[in-house]
Write a protein that binds this ligand. Structure first.
Ligand code: CO
Length: 181
């Protein structure tokens, strides 16, 4: 198992729609890859991670949701699709590919997502609140969309100086060199 380096904003792979995962890949490489993705998520304390954030062109993401006093729920999304959506909410979001940047993003408040799980079996998830937000954020990643793309033009312009400053720091960041926990 290994912590993987997380791609930062500006790296091209984050802007590209990912390739669908096939059954063969699922059986062969997925178990080890998922271990690494969850380990990376644990190490950096994130909620979700998409495969293209660790440099892999695969339509695959993981989410770790923790409700108070309960053990964290670990969800694997292979080839996920947004099946239903309703309502709206605007809440603060961050992203492991934008360390230190936060912004309020408008999202659907409720979603239904269909995907395959780690065994290749179809799953359906109904979510609201934080979980709904996390699902939409990760599905966006897999389409090559990052959260700042969802911001109004003027907000994006206002964030630009901070983005330029942060980008300089991101060049020195490599999560794979973090100590395992
Ligand atoms: Co993200």
């Amino acid at each position: 198992m290994a912590i993987r380096r997380i791609c930062k904003y500006g790296e091209k792979i984050l802007e590209k729609k990912t390739r669908k995962v096939n059954q063969k890949e699922l059986k062969k490489d997925l178990p080890d890859l998922l271990k690494d993705m969850f380990e990376t998520l644990d190490a950096v304390g994130g909620v979700g991670l998409a495969a293209n954030q660790i440099g892999l062109d695969l339509c695959l993401a993981v989410i770790k949701i923790k409700k108070e006093d309960e053990e964290a729920l670990r969800i694997v999304l292979v080839n996920p699709e947004l099946a239903e959506k309703s309502g709206s909410m605007t809440e603060e979001e961050g992203c492991l590919s934008f360390p230190g940047l936060f912004a309020r993003v408008k999202r659907f408040s409720k979603v239904k997502v269909r995907a395959l799980n780690e065994k290749g079996l179809p799953i359906e998830i109904n979510a609201e609140g934080l979980f709904s937000k996390a699902l939409q954020h990760e599905l966006d990643h897999l389409e090559g969309v990052v959260f700042i793309d969802r911001l109004p033009f003027l907000t994006r312009m206002k964030l630009k100086p901070l983005l330029i400053k942060l980008k300089r720091q991101w060049r020195k960041m490599d999560e794979s060199k973090m100590k395992e926990i």
